[in-house]
Write a new protein. Sequence first.
Length: 433
Amino acid sequence: LHRNPGESEFHQAVFEVLESLGPVVTKRPDYVDAAILRRIVEPERQIIFRVPWVDDDSNVQINRGFRVQFNSALGPFKGGLRFHPSVYLGIVKFLGFEQIFKNSLTGMPIGGGKGGSDFDPKGKSDAEVMRFCQSFMTELSSHIGQYTDVPAGDIGVGGRELGYLFGQYKRLTNAYESGVLTGKGLTWGGSQVRKEATGYGTIYFLDEVLHARGESFEGKRVVVSGSGNVAIYAIEKVQQLGGTVVACSDSSGYIVDEAGIDVELLRDIKEVRRGRIDEYVERRPGASFTAEGSIWSVPCDIAVPCATQNELDEDHATTLAANGCTLVGEGANMPATQGAVRVFASAGVTFAPGKAVNAGGVATSALEMQQNASRDSWTFEHTDERLEDIMKGIHDRCAETAEEYGRPGDYVAGANIAGFNRVADAMLALGVI
Ligand code: NDP
């Protein structure tokens, strides 16, 4: 704690992983001798930089940029960039730390990293976003590369931002190095299914959990928080599998639509027009908008938090359990607090953690890297099948590891231990570096 003062989200993420690793430490004294635990919590490199840019009124604006290159034992650093006013070192480090284990769980050759800025794209013109991205990449470009560090999107960083970032990288390096970023558009080196991958992958994982207990999404009532990239495609996939998503949200409040969220309408409002979620009720009679209160008070069988960290606390968890919810899967990174996770455990609600559930995004990014390296592009169907197989593999790896370490049904322990072991073995092989 004293080495990383004030970084509460990072402390939370580290604590949550270490809590699961007791049985591993007992079984593997060689990990302890090689100080794997002490090394894994220290990023290999952290870059913090000034991002100056000029707004539409000719005022100079200054933001802070971050890239935390956490662990490259398994492959180049890999993880998204987040643009949100709340971003500071503690958030980037928590996300980078989680990313190590998530990327390991995919079974693919990718290390863990994360970056971003306290820049808020909301309310900015396209020209302002472009100037900011160009300034951000001017510094970042010297620290990334297809064999070094491969950023992608996250909150506030979608196709528009990635386009401006890639354009500036190409200009600075005079190279069309497609493999330097993932989440690219289909006309400039991107992969089919990347946009849908985190949301679809989340639901594929939860579908496996349901199958394991002889159930399916058919007829289930589902609540999904958020209405961004992850939420939209999670909602779409639930509905394809026969479930009904009755509520979703953004930072201004939540909507309830008992007939099932109209995904096309939601996408038009949030993805195309970058509007607010209350516009949904103006165009869909029968739906309601609530600015106060919590989306977790809406009764459901399955809850899928897809907005941001710590959005679902102990009280929300108690309400969900009391309303009959039996499964919670984290589409976002660390949306449930530790108190909430404890409530789920004691109430018998199955809880699946983000580092396993939402790994489909980064897995498809790794597929994008494969396509870039071979200058190939796969069909939507082929890529979607690969994603589904990968998510089944992650589910089974978590379930089997939990079983092996005496914690059957505990997806948190399974994900943390399986993710950790693969990285620890690679670190051991590479020596003290
Ligand atoms: P987007 O920016 O597309 O959407 C984020 C959504 O969450 C928006 O609806 C936003 O509302 C809401 N939100 C963001 N911050 C807050 C906040 N502080 N309070 C309330 N609501 C908030 O991001 P993504 O969908 O890409 O990411 C969502 C989560 O999923 C994050 O935790 C991210 O790290 C994680 N994730 C994303 C992956 C990806 O591939 N994109 C991969 C793996 C994990 P508003 O529009 O009002 O801001």
